[in-house]
Design a binder for this molecule. Structure first.
Ligand SMILES: Cc1cc2nc3c(=O)[nH]c(=O)nc-3n(C[C@H](O)[C@H](O)[C@H](O)COP(=O)(O)OP(=O)(O)OC[C@H]3O[C@@H](n4cnc5c(N)ncnc54)[C@H](O)[C@@H]3O)c2cc1C
Length: 384
């Protein structure tokens, strides 16, 4: 097997985490001499997903933000409110814009070798790491990996739900949408399958992304997502005359399974590295924070290892408790989210879901939920 030059950083998987990590590295003048290799098996030339996230300031990807909003609707069964997001904006990035933007910067830097091949093996070696891809052997000091090579073996102690969704970008012949006001969560739909909601991201008065989403253990058949979308459009937007111009389908694991973050000089990132928030499925911002933290370490200490402070582990416990409530159907997800959104300023909820609240803010937020069922779930999760 032909052996290639030694790299400082080999990035396996060029999706959100791999490309984000490279962009964070390229911004650092002190890492300018590092040799970087990216191995990705796909062209990344299609709009295969849309990322939504909230952020206070202009982030690293501000110039490719497709839409952003300062207010958003929340609808529960008998509660509806247009929320002012305060210091936050809710932002949307289209997958295709992200891939094109990142590859443009990578090309212009002239500092990253790219190989289009399937990675078939990664291992630690005496001098660092070795990666096998497309019948070639690459060696380096560190691998930054975002490929989930096999489905994790979930222990019976852990919860495993799927966040699954189908989205349509629709166009209407007449103005229907209010482009200033997206709907973050609409729980007025049937809850027979488990926690189910729709979100609507308007791009103009006649064009929007409408997504039918569930947090349940199993997927539905494809007709059920389509029916859910059709019913929602008819019942809540009085829409029967529209054209579906794009479709998106996705599954995000919602689990307290601990994905290994590191194995010797192999560092795992993205969903494969546990950067998906178990109780919400949001990942984009966690990927950015993780990439920034690893690069900070590389600049300061010449190693990428990031140790989470012990007290931050409490956020995993909160995630476990919420998953416990949903998985064991202790309380409908629609009720939990409606209580959260009707009794807390949305900024507090965003901070909490970002793992950025203080303990006192968490106590205030948790106090807005029914105490007895959550305390019972919390107790069980603490001593599992
Ligand atoms: C449809 C969809 C919508 C989402 N929307 C949101 C959202 O709105 N907000 C949010 O925060 N999160 C969202 N997520 C969750 C998460 O942000 C994304 O899944 C994100 O892409 C995860 O980044 P990643 O790098 O871990 O994985 P990916 O982006 O999937 O990257 C992994 C890469 O590895 C490559 N690869 C896989 N196997 C191999 C191999 N053997 N050899 C070489 N390359 C390989 C793949 O081609 C891929 O490019 C969404 C997920 C999906 C699926």
């Amino acid at each position: 097997m032909p052996q290639k030059d030694k790299y400082d950083y080999i990035v396996t998987g060029g999706g959100c985490a791999g490309l984000s990590f490279i962009l964070h590295v390229l911004r650092e003048p002190s890492l300018a001499q590092k040799k970087i290799l990216l191995i990705e098996r796909e062209e990344k030339a299609s709009n295969d997903r849309t990322w939504c996230y909230w952020e206070k300031d202009a982030g690293l990807f501000e110039e490719i933000v497709y839409r952003k909003w300062n207010k958003a609707w929340f609808h529960g069964g008998s509660y509806s409110s247009l929320k002012d997001l305060g210091a936050y904006s809710y932002k949307m990035i289209r997958g295709i814009d992200f891939y094109t933007h990142c590859h443009g910067i990578i090309s212009r830097s002239g500092r990253v070798d790219r190989v289009k091949a399937a990675v078939t093996g990664i291992q630690n070696s005496t001098h660092g790491v070795e990666v096998v891809a497309g019948n070639q052997l690459f060696s380096g000091q560190y691998v930054f990996n975002s490929i989930l090579f096999e489905q994790p073996q979930i222990s019976s102690n852990c919860h495993y739900l799927l966040q699954h969704f189908k989205g349509w970008i629709i166009e209407t012949p007449h103005p229907v949408f209010d482009p200033e006001h997206p709907t973050l969560m609409d729980f007025r739909v049937g809850q027979g399958e488990g926690t189910t909601f729709v979100y609507v991201m308007p791009f103009s008065t006649t064009r929007a992304l409408v997504e039918f989403t569930l947090f349940t253990p199993n997927l539905l058949d494809h007709q059920s997502y389509d029916q859910g979308l059709k019913d929602y459009l008819k019942e809540f937007l009085q829409l029967e005359d529209y054209k579906v111009v794009e479709e998106e389908f996705g599954v995000i694991p919602m689990t307290d399974h601990e994905f290994p973050a590191q194995d010797g000089n192999i560092l795992h990132m993205g969903t494969a590295g546990g950067q998906t928030k178990p109780s919400s499925g949001y990942t984009f911002r966690f990927i950015q924070k993780h990439a920034a933290a690893m690069v900070r370490q590389l600049v300061d200490k010449d190693t990428p290892f990031v140790n989470k402070p012990f007290w931050e582990k409490r956020f995993m416990w909160y995630d476990r408790v919420l998953l416990h409530m949903l998985f064991h159907k202790k309380m409908p997800g629609s009720r939990i989210f409606t209580l959260l959104f009707s009794r807390n300023p949305i900024q507090r909820i965003f901070r909490f879901l970002d793992n950025e609240t203080s303990v006192s803010q968490e106590l205030v937020l948790l106090n807005t939920l029914p105490q007895w069922p959550f305390m019972k779930a919390g107790w069980k999760e603490l001593f599992k």
